[in-house]
Design a protein around this ligand. Structure first.
Ligand SMILES: Cc1ncc(COP(=O)(O)O)c(C=O)c1O
Length: 348
């Protein structure tokens, strides 16, 4: 790797306070910003920041219920989907049984299950993906299941038969299944939890405004699910009545109304992913197929590569080893100049 990018040879990592000065390809953020309507709504809400936010998050709940064509009692809004991971672990299913998760995935599920004293079983991945049949049959011995789909950090997603198998497993076992769909906006056309909700299985999707909607800093996530499960989660969320701030609520409402902006983000993201994967191929760099706003790039020692990219080149990426899926760097689809810097650095 060359050492031409940084003027100062400071040692950087993902948690340094001046991470904003670096090339941020480590958190699957959007390079497209947020809808101008959302920014305007957030700006306007700043004039009211001396007032507490609406604890019931009513306007956003109503808008999301309309958007998904579900009852308002099927929506819960929270401070990012992170908060919902914890709230579901605190609220759903048989508490004396451990939760079922997959190995090699977003670590929040296990962290929440451990912290709430439930514990967890991690089902090994089948290659880079979920073994849906094994997960479905494992649900009956567990109090709750968490699936990350599309999958972080590999970037793949379940097809219709595998998704239906999971839903069937939840329906027959009665074990609540939480599907983290943080990246679902990028995977149009692939199955999502909403498609199965009317069948009555104990399902809940976790969604976020942090990724495709570009509102990561404002911390808005929501759950769409079976009404009795949502009621339990809401009961937990009332412990923190003001956790969803006023600026975030206003911005998310406006962002949801601007689906044209979302479509433009999706289209630009698809083009960027195709370009980036073609560049990787052209340079002989192996990678996993992705339907998301990140790509897992194969490297021989991801921990060393992550550190060197940060320290020498000022580029932040994620070693997937920290998810229990070693051997790759998860690279967010940032803007083209940022990705060129990554490509040049990794092949230098
Ligand atoms: C799979 C997954 N779930 C949840 C989150 C957290 O999202 P939020 O910003 O809504 O808390 C992330 C963030 O990167 C994620 O990758």
């Amino acid at each position: 790797m060359n050492a031409r990018v940084l003027a100062s040879p400071t040692v950087y990592n993902a948690s340094v306070p001046d991470a904003d000065a670096l090339v941020r390809l480590h958190l699957s953020e959007s390079p497209y910003g947020a809808s101008p309507a959302a920014v305007a709504a957030a700006t306007e809400a700043l004039s009211r920041i001396h007032r507490y936010p609406a604890p019931q998050r009513d306007a956003l709940v109503t808008a999301l219920a309309r958007h998904w064509d579900v009852g308002e009692d099927q929506i819960a809004v929270a401070n990012g989907s992170d908060e919902l991971v914890l709230a579901t672990a605190l609220s759903l299913g048989e508490r004396d049984l451990p939760g079922l998760v997959t190995a090699g995935t977003f670590p929040g599920y296990r962290a929440a299950l451990d912290r709430t004293g439930r514990g967890s079983t991690a089902l090994p991945l089948d290659g880079a993906g979920l073994d849906a049949a094994a997960f479905a049959s494992g649900l009956s011995a567990h109090g709750i299941g968490y699936v990350c789909n599309p999958h972080n950090p590999t970037g793949g997603a379940l097809g219709p038969p595998a998704f239906a198998t999971l839903v069937e497993g939840a329906a027959t076992s009665g074990t609540p299944l939480v599907v983290d769909e943080a990246y679902q906006e990028f995977a149009a056309g692939l199955p999502q939890t909403r498609d199965f909700l009317d069948g009555g299985a104990p399902l809940m999707a976790l969604r976020t405004f942090s990724k495709a909607y570009g509102l990561a800093a404002l911390r808005i996530g929501y759950a769409v699910g079976r009404a009795d499960l949502i009621a339990e989660v809401r009961r937990t969320l009332t412990v923190l009545p003001f956790s969803v701030n006023r600026v975030g609520q206003a911005a998310a409402l406006a962002a949801l109304a601007d689906q044209d902006f979302l479509d433009s983000v999706r289209a630009a993201g698809d083009r960027r992913r195709r370009w980036f994967c073609a560049e990787l191929d052209r340079r002989g760099l192996r990678h996993l197929p992705s339907v998301t706003n990140f790509v897992a790039v194969r490297v021989s020692d991801a921990s060393v590569a992550q550190d060197e990219l940060a320290r020498v080149h000022g580029i932040l990426v994620r070693d997937t080893g920290i998810f229990g899926f070693p051997g790759h760097l998860r690279v967010s689809l940032g803007d083209e100049a940022e990705l060129r810097r990554f490509l040049d650095a990794i092949t230098a």
